[in-house]
Design a protein around this ligand. Sequence first.
Ligand SMILES: Nc1nc2c(ncn2[C@@H]2O[C@H](COP(=O)(O)OP(=O)(O)OP(=O)(O)O)[C@@H](O)[C@H]2O)c(=O)[nH]1
Ligand SMILES: [Mg+2]
Length: 328
Amino acid sequence: MPTNLPPEYFRAEQVFREAESTSAKVAALEEMMSTIPKHKGTDKLRAELRRKISKLKENQQKKKGAGKHESEYHIEKEGAGRVVLIGFENTGKSSIVAALTHATPKISEAPFTTWQPLPGMMEFEDIQIQLIDTPPISKEHSQPELFDLIRSSDLILLIINLQTTPFQQLEDSLDILNQHKIIPKQWEEKTNDERRIEFIPVLVIVNKDDDDLFDEDFEVFKELTEIDLPLLPISVTNKRNLDKLKNQVFRSLGIIRIYSKPPGKEPDLSKPFILKKANTVEELAGKVHHDFIHNLKTARVWGKNVFDGQMVGKDHVLHDKDIVELHL
Ligand SMILES: Nc1nc2c(ncn2[C@@H]2O[C@H](COP(=O)(O)OP(=O)(O)OP(=O)(O)O)[C@@H](O)[C@H]2O)c(=O)[nH]1
Ligand SMILES: [Mg+2]
């Protein structure tokens, strides 16, 4: 591989590796192309990328020709994490997605308004998180595709309506998830289940906590429900606790943001690399470029638990918002 490729190249390459749809892949390859300096040393790489792009486009055309139907439940993953909102009818799922993203789902006081899942991107500080609105769950009717979508998510927001039957909704919702072999990640250690279970973190959002009077209802609910899961009261109508909700979503995803810094240059603070909590310098190197894992010698870190610019080894554990200079 030619040396001296700019960091934007590796960032676009990372986007390419994580892209699921053909059009996202093509867009990432084109982005990679545009970042490569044009000179003899990069001729081969540019030709190779051009070949890849035309091959993908060809395949895409073939698929279109075959009239392949893609389900509306097939949603491309985007951003730093996928969060699915589920719950019974009228609990306010669509209202939450409309309040926190630019998506415009239909909202109505009539039940069963939402028929299809709808994604939107929620901004949290300098990252974007995917929220997905879904049709209501029910005890009688099951949509297998909805549960596949839930299994593909990093976090479940279980939406409860405080103004109707919160206890029943919470219990029934968890039962329905359980029937589909989905159990809160928080219960993983105490779960002894022979089935093939998917463990996904759950955050219970108690919506329609509109004012002080409803706060009392929430307190009673919290006291009496013996569910060992985090509960957050909110009101979309009165914009209560929406910032807290965003914060808690970020923290529940278990991710950290790391900024890379080329040696001798300013760090790139515009777009962090997303890693998992407790990931190390080595894992960051792998995200930046797979060759870096083997070539990595040391790194300098600015951030938590280090003095500015401290030299660290591959095993150094990173923290949210650390700035890292990789030395090959
Ligand atoms: N009082 C009050 N009403 C709310 C709040 N949030 C949403 N609503 C209302 O509740 C009704 C249902 O909201 P939706 O967002 O459509 O609920 P949903 O869960 O998407 O409903 P389905 O699509 O049927 O599953 C609407 O009339 C909303 O305006 C809230 O915080 N307080
Ligand atoms: Mg809805």
